[in-house]
Design a protein around this ligand. Structure first.
Ligand code: ATP
Length: 654
């Protein structure tokens, strides 16, 4: 990894508040602005998660953020990395003295999240190569061979050679271990050569040796001049010894920020001397943050009061806080090289890569494809044998059997397609959300690749079904009518695919989808043309037939079979069609209606995915890239060029 321009992140008076439902009880928390009123409109309070944080993270140093659960560590990282958007942020952030909102920091920073999801069928090596291809580092390797070399280097640095060809896996199909997954996620960020790296609990859930290994790897990254900030839970003594700077947070406030070596002295001065041979990180947690009360969980007011005492002591009385303020006032000012900005690959590269990955994913999930193929053949045979040679039966039986079998066909083509998509896509939705946020690709490239791979399957399955069922059922022996029947099955399948995509994009888990599915599907089924005579149904509900793809598909197939249908010289088809009131629209128009409804659902699925991308506002980086880059490339904030700079520089030792 190459040396990089040193980048210092500083922030002043940084606060973050979210709206929480107000409670009618009186709360003596001075920091919350109580605005609850039983009759008024406003029933929300501001909950301050981070309060007036002033500090700096220095380049070439490994900074660890420590603090009890719920102290705001993840929120701070998210805020700096520009991924926290639901609340209100106040205060300033700079990179090398240039104003930088969290969003613009995303141009410079990689982020390893607590629960990074990687596509389960991807191997470790593929996941790392994907990062190189889709988020090329400044000196982009151009050939596949160079990409492989770069991947091999990362695999070796992170000790992943032994599992490089193992699939990542998930809870249902075991793949690599939790530690290997964490290291893979770090390696994915490492290869982009981002000058800043944020990591949220990279060592949690790992055994002591693996956690130490990860910390050593972070130290290696830091040695190239990068700024690395990691949230660490309970670092061991060995890990603690590798950390350069430490920030301790409690109840959203800073309790300590400075060199690791200064922490023990500082807490000793507060009246908490650390015993020899004890782990300073444990000491800070147990003695300082919780007052050695190991038997009881501190009550919320106690914890807040204790945190306030410690944070006030830090801010008002400590030399460390003064040194930090001096560092913030007089930061590193070297210019930010534009080559450091995050890069994305061209749309064509994204599309090509994602299509290949989606294809491999489908092939590796071969069992699912095989089941879907078998399902198409099974239902074709089932319906064929149940209604075998219906054309040889009495007229009344023909009417009933053809109606029943064609309705069943319309329903199965639509429903099976929905179920197959939601099953596959529900897991992938989380992968998409994570990869999109990390800047791997754009939504159009992802959406297009999904469709390119899935559409051929959605065409082949109904063809199998139609080829088997049409001739067994004894539908009219006419090539053109067979083609219309097959085409109707195909469009119903594609329409179901769109609805499946929509449901999987709208809802994050299978349970919700299964709860919502009947509410959508059953009205379509009821107004599908067989169960209710739509000409005589309740008037104000009759519109449902116009949005039911099953109704249009069923009508097209019924007209295909019955218009002009003659049995033993008697024309029985047209009168039957009139009787069952399937409407005046032609077969072609009915098929077009299925396509139109499918396209609308498909468009809605795209919008639902767009909603996942920063709540529909799209990528803030892409939207403002020019402005954000200009700010970072521009001159430092004038306040840092003021005449008292030299004065501050003398105090610039944390
Ligand atoms: N959008 C939100 N609405 C309400 N409360 C929130 C929101 N986001 C965070 N919080 C609260 O803010 C506090 C800090 O959360 P955060 O995830 O930053 O803590 P943390 O220090 O990273 O905890 P942990 O170590 O357990 O991951 C928690 O009490 C959390 O419940």
């Amino acid at each position: 990894m190459q040396q990089t321009t040193p980048l210092q992140i500083s922030f002043e008076d940084l606060s973050y508040a979210v709206k929480v439902r107000a409670r009618p009880t009186t709360n003596d928390d001075q920091d919350s602005k109580r605005r609850w009123s039983p009759f008024g409109k406003s029933k929300h309070n501001d909950k301050f998660i981070l309060q007036s944080l002033t500090g700096a993270f220095r380049p070439g140093r490994l900074t660890a953020i420590l603090g009890p659960s719920g102290s705001g560590k993840t929120t701070l990282l998210n805020l700096l990395a520009g991924t926290e958007s639901s609340g209100t942020t106040t205060g300033s952030i700079w990179v090398n003295g240039r104003p930088a909102s969290g969003v613009s920091l995303r141009l410079l920073a990689g982020f390893v999240h607590q629960d990074d999801v990687i596509l389960s069928t991807q191997t470790v090596s593929e996941a790392i190569t994907m990062s190189i291809i889709l988020r090329p580092p400044p000196l982009r390797p151009h050939t596949a061979h160079e990409n492989m070399q770069e991947t091999a280097r990362a695999l070796s640095l992170f000790g992943l050679e032994k599992c490089q060809h193992t699939a990542v896996g998930d809870t249902s199909e075991k793949g690599i271990s939790g530690g290997e997954r964490k290291r893979t996620a770090i390696a994915q960020e490492y290869v982009t050569q981002a000058p800043i790296l944020f990591l949220d609990e990279p060592t949690s859930g790992l055994d002591a040796h693996s956690a130490l290994m990860v910390t050593h790897q972070l130290k290696d990254i830091v040695s190239t001049g990068r700024t690395v900030v990691a949230v660490l839970h309970q670092p061991s003594s060995e890990m603690f010894g590798l950390i350069d700077d430490i920030m301790v947070l409690s109840e959203g406030r800073i309790v300590y920020l400075g060199e690791r070596a200064g922490l023990v002295d500082y807490v000793a001065k507060l009246g908490y001397p650390c015993a020899m041979y004890s782990n300073p990180a444990d000491h800070v947690f147990n003695a300082v943050l919780f007052g050695n009360d190991v038997r009881h969980m501190s009550s919320q007011p106690d914890a807040v009061a204790r945190a306030r005492l410690l944070a006030d002591a830090w801010e008002e009385q400590s030399d460390g806080a003064r040194a930090v303020r001096a560092l913030v006032a007089c930061p590193e000012l070297s210019p930010i090289d534009p080559s450091l900005f995050r890069r994305t690959s061209p749309s064509t590269v994204q599309l090509r890569y994602l299509t290949r990955r989606a294809f491999l994913n489908a092939v590796r999930n071969r069992l699912i494809i095989n089941i879907r193929l078998a399902q198409a053949a099974f239902f074709g045979l089932l319906i064929g044998f149940i209604f075998l040679n219906t054309h040889n039966r009495p007229v009344a039986v023909q009417r009933q059997n053809f109606s029943g079998s064609l309705f069943f066909t319309a329903v199965t083509q639509f429903l099976l397609s929905i179920l197959s998509v939601v099953n596959v896509f529900t897991h992938e939705r989380m992968v998409f959300a994570r990869e999109w946020r990390s800047g791997y690709y754009s939504l159009p490239a992802y959406f297009a690749s999904k469709n390119i791979v899935e559409l051929p399957i959605q065409v082949i399955l109904p063809i199998i079904y139609a080829c088997i069922s049409y001739w067994l059922l004894g539908l009219r022996h006419d090539g053109a009518r067979f083609i219309i029947y097959t085409a109707t099955c195909i469009v119903l399948n594609l329409c179901g695919f769109s609805f499946g995509l929509l449901m999987a994009s709208l809802f994050s888990n299978m349970g919700t989808i299964l709860a919502a599915l009947p509410a959508m599907f059953l009205p379509f089924l009821l107004f599908g043309g067989l169960l209710v005579n739509s000409g005589n149904s309740t008037v104000w509900l009759r519109w449902l037939q116009w949005v039911s793809p099953i109704k249009y598909g069923y009508t097209a197939m019924m007209k295909n079979q019955f218009s002009g249908y003659v049995v033993d010289g008697m024309p029985i088809g047209d009168s039957y069609l009139e009787e069952v009131n399937l409407g005046s629209m032609s077969i072609g128009v009915n098929i077009i209606m299925v396509i139109v409804i499918g396209l609308l659902a498909w468009g809605a699925a795209y919008l639902a995915l767009l909603r996942l991308t920063y709540k529909g506002r799209g990528d803030p980086i892409k939207n403002n890239a020019k402005k954000l880059k200009m700010e970072l490339e521009g001159p430092p904030d004038p306040r840092f060029l003021s005449s008292n700079k030299e004065e501050h520089r003398d105090a610039n030792v944390v």
